[in-house]
Each structure stands twice: as structure tokens, then as C-alpha cells.
Ligand binder design. Structure first.
Ligand SMILES: *Cc1c(COP(=O)(O)O)cnc(C)c1O
Length: 452
């Protein structure tokens, strides 16, 4: 028995006989010949000669607008956002807030510092617990710890986002907030998350770093919770290499985030916006955005819809091209129209199948990968061992902090889902030919492995 046949056996067992018979019987006539093609991984002819892969999205859209904006800063010899009237950072903030549909946006140096400012705005500190998904970027965990609070992981489901059904059992009297992260282009399931938060009087922080431009039931990510953050690092929808933003509709949270990003002070025009401010200053860091970053982001902001529309169109085309595959299971999404379509991920029966599928796809000339851009945090060594810069760090010095156990046992569902999913990461500039090749390769490998 070769590798393909072995995978097929496992698959048949996993999907169960009934769905299989229904699927294959219906599809048999049209799919029969197609499924007999010899895979490139078994010595057959590949779909493509050169490997097709995606590139960072934002920089592909750099053009005269970015050039003009950044040269204006250079020529002005005023790279600091303050000490002058008007600023590129301010213009970016206003455009970004209007785009997402929130009252306020603050440009900062990164997504990580945006998280720190947002947690400060929510007054998260020692003794507080914050719930976050077990599969996300380090920054969500680290900024909770740096605030002195205790990170509590919840499982992700087959959307790769936090599983609303696993949140409630993680809530304790010390829980103060939930971080709802929208990962790899897929919006978090905001309605149930917001409903749980309301019922338990918790705050919600939206981290839509990996889904800038994404929507959920008609609303932009970042506009639904108490406060939101995004990153503009190179792997995100739009980018200046680094950068981040805090967004909110709440003037008090806005004021606190402003103070948190600028050593406790509020300067003009924030000062006028806030009527001079309502809360006293507090100890804080400097996360201010500079004018070069502001210039690039002001220009990139105008590309958000172009990039997202292209991604969505491309993803739809591939999804339609493979929709008839019998037994096909895709990564779940709570809103197909709001989803950015970053991933065409299949939900495979086992990790062995997934890995074999990815290898076979690459042999066909289509770059394919497991979920990326995040980490199963509870099994990361320094997290499992609660390593901090000082042994008395407040996060792990409370009775709860001492008692909490990370590691595999706190997130079996996350590990399982993360091992099963995988496929193609999309690019907004894929051509019709590229998309046809992706469809061809997925069909070829899927049929050979699972159906033929
Ligand atoms: C990228 C990212 C961050 C951190 O952003 P940086 O700009 O790299 O600091 C935070 N959360 C998520 C989900 C991210 O993907």
C-alpha cells in the first residue's frame, strides 16, 4: 500500500462510511478520471514548474502615494509628530478611525505596545486575570505579564480563533478582560464573546492585527469591543515595517491609552479633543509613532479595501473551484464575507494526512503550510516555565499565579486543531492562472489522497 492509499484509508475511517458513500457516489462520474492523475510527489507531472507563494501584502501596494508622503516628511525636517501644526500620524489616525467606524485611534510603535497601552487603558494589573486564546502571537501573553496580570488560556476551535464555548469555564472572580484575537484573516466570533463578557461584566479587547480590514456581521473588527488594537508590522494587511494602533469609542479609555503611550501626558490636539482630560496622569512609557511611519501608514490606509477585496475575490474563486470535493472540510469562519480570505485551509482527519497533503501540494508547485504567524503559547518553554525578568514578578506570585499550570494539558483541543489544519496562504496579486493552478493542485492531491 502506498502513502496515498494509506491516507485514503484513514480518511474513510475519519469521515465515516455514510458521508463517504453519499459524496463519492454523487461525484464518481465527474471526478473519476481527475482522481487518477499521478501526483508529483509520486513522480508525476507537477501542476506548476515554479513554486507559487504569497508575499507580504502591504509593500506590494507601495506606489507614488507612499513616495510623496514620506518625501514630504523628509523635506519638512520635522520627523516628530508634535512641535508643529498637523501631522502625518494625526492624519493617519483620523482616516483609520473613520474607516473602522470608531471615534478615536492612536498611532503607536507596534502592535505589542498598542496592547500594552490598551491593557493600561483597561486598568489591568497585578491580581487581574485576562483570558486569551492558546494559539496566538506572543505579544498577547507578554503584555498581560508585563502589566503584572495573569494570562489564562482558552482553547481555539477549527476557525483557529478562541472558542466561545471554552471561555466561561476559565472565568473566575479575578477575571477582568478577554482578548478576542482575529487570526490569519478570520474574524473572531464576536457576538458570543461580547455576550459572555456582558453577562460576567468583563472588558473585551479586540486584537485584529492579523485581520485589518476584516468585518464581522457588517461591522469592522476593532469597532465592537471596549477597545481594539492592530499591528502594522510587515506580515499584516498594511505595513510600515513596524507600527500599531489603539482604537476605541470610549473617551476615558482613549485618554488613558493616550497617557499610556506618551509618559502620562496628553498633548494638543488630543488635549482639545478630550476637553483637557478627565483623569490624572500616571506612570507610563513612550510608544509614540514617528512621522515617517505615519506617512507610510496614511498612504497604506487608502489601500486597505483594495487589498481586502482582492484577497476575498481570490479566496472565493479557489473555494468555488474545490467546493464539490466529496467530504471536504474547510477551516471554519463565523463570517465568510467579512473574512479576509488569507487562508484556504483544509481540516484534515489527522496530522499525518495534513503533512502529507502539504508536501504533495509543494511538489505540485504550490506553497502550502500549517497555520502560521502564531504559537501554541502554553507549550512554549519559557511560558510553560513562567519565566520573567525577576523571580518575584507579580503575575506568578499570587496564589493563582503560583497554582496555574500551562503546558499541553491546558489546551488539547488547540493542539489537535492546529495539527489538522493546513493549506494555501493567499496573495492579493495572484493571477487567474495562479488561482487555476491552486484549484488544480488542491483537486489533484485531495482526490488522490482521499477519494480516488
Ligand atoms: C503581529 C501581532 C501582534 C504584535 O504586533 P507587533 O507589531 O509585531 O508588535 C499582536 N497580536 C497579533 C495577533 C499579531 O499577529
Amino acid at each position: 500500500m502506498n502513502e496515498s492509499q494509506r491516507s485514503r484509508r484513514q480518511f474513510l475511517k475519519a469521515v465515516g462510511a455514510s458521508s463517504l458513500i453519499a459524496g463519492v457516489a454523487g461525484a464518481g462520474a465527474s471526478l473519476g478520471a481527475e482522481g487518477n492523475e499521478k501526483l508529483a510527489i509520486d513522480g508525476g507531472r507537477p501542476v506548476r514548474k515554479t513554486l507559487l507563494g504569497y508575499q507580504a501584502y502591504g509593500p506590494q501596494f507601495y506606489n507614488e502615494v507612499e513616495r510623496r508622503e514620506i518625501l514630504e516628511v523628509l523635506d519638512s525636517k520635522k520627523p516628530f509628530r508634535w512641535w508643529k501644526s498637523g501631522s502625518k500620524v494625526l492624519e493617519f489616525e483620523e482616516a483609520y478611525a473613520a474607516h473602522i467606524g470608531v471615534k478615536y485611534a492612536i498611532g503607536v510603535t507596534s502592535g505589542t505596545t498598542a496592547l500594552s497601552a490598551a491593557l493600561a487603558a483597561l486598568e489591568i494589573g497585578p491580581g487581574d486575570e485576562v483570558i486569551l486564546p492558546a494559539w496566538t502571537w506572543y505579544a498577547d501573553y507578554d503584555t498581560i505579564v508585563l502589566a503584572g496580570a495573569l494570562p489564562v488560556f482558552a482553547e481555539v476551535d477549527s476557525s483557529l480563533n478562541i472558542d466561545p464555548a471554552d471561555i466561561e469555564s476559565r472565568i473566575t472572580p479575578r477575571t477582568k478582560a478577554i482578548i478576542a484575537v482575529s487570526l490569519q484573516g478570520c474574524p473572531a466570533d464576536m457576538d458570543p464573546i461580547l455576550e459572555i463578557a456582558r453577562r460576567h461584566k468583563l472588558r473585551v479587547l479586540e486584537d485584529f492585527s492579523q485581520c485589518v480590514g476584516g468585518r464581522y456581521r457588517g461591522k469592522y473588527l476593532g469597532s465592537m469591543a471596549d477597545i481594539g488594537i492592530s499591528s502594522f508590522q510587515e506580515s499584516k494587511t498594511i505595513t510600515a515595517g513596524e507600527g500599531g494602533a489603539v482604537v476605541t469609542n470610549d473617551p476615558i479609555l482613549f485618554e488613558r491609552a493616550v497617557r499610556a503611550h506618551d509618559v502620562g501626558v496628553i498633548r494638543s490636539p488630543y488635549h482639545e479633543n478630550l476637553g483637557g482630560g478627565q483623569i490624572p496622569a500616571f506612570a507610563a512609557s513612550n510608544y509614540r509613532m514617528n512621522e515617517f511611519t505615519g506617512a507610510i501608514l496614511k498612504a497604506q490606509e487608502q489601500d486597505i479595501e483594495t487589498i481586502c477585496a482582492a484577497l476575498r475575490k481570490n479566496a472565493r474563486k479557489v473555494r468555488e473551484g474545490i467546493a464539490d470535493l466529496p467530504g471536504l472540510k474547510m477551516r471554519k469562519t463565523p463570517d465568510l464575507d467579512g473574512d479576509l480570505g488569507v487562508t484556504i485551509f483544509l481540516d484534515h482527519p489527522t496530522q499525518e494526512n495534513r503533512d502529507r497533503f502539504l508536501r504533495a501540494m509543494r511538489a505540485e508547485g504550490i506553497s502550502a503550510s500549517p497555520p502560521g504567524g502564531s504559537v501554541i503559547l502554553p507549550i512554549d518553554g519559557r511560558i510553560e516555565n513562567k519565566v520573567t525578568v525577576h523571580p518575584d514578578w507579580p503575575s506568578f506570585n499570587t496564589p493563582q499565579g503560583k497554582a496555574i499550570r500551562y503546558g499541553r494539558d491546558c489546551c488539547p483541543q488547540t493542539i489537535d486543531v492546529q495539527e489538522r489544519l493546513g493549506g494555501v496562504i493567499m496573495d492579493p496579486n495572484f493571477t487567474e492562472e495562479d488561482l487555476n493552478d491552486i484549484v488544480k493542485a488542491i483537486r489533484k492531491v485531495y482526490l488522490a489522497m482521499y477519494v480516488a
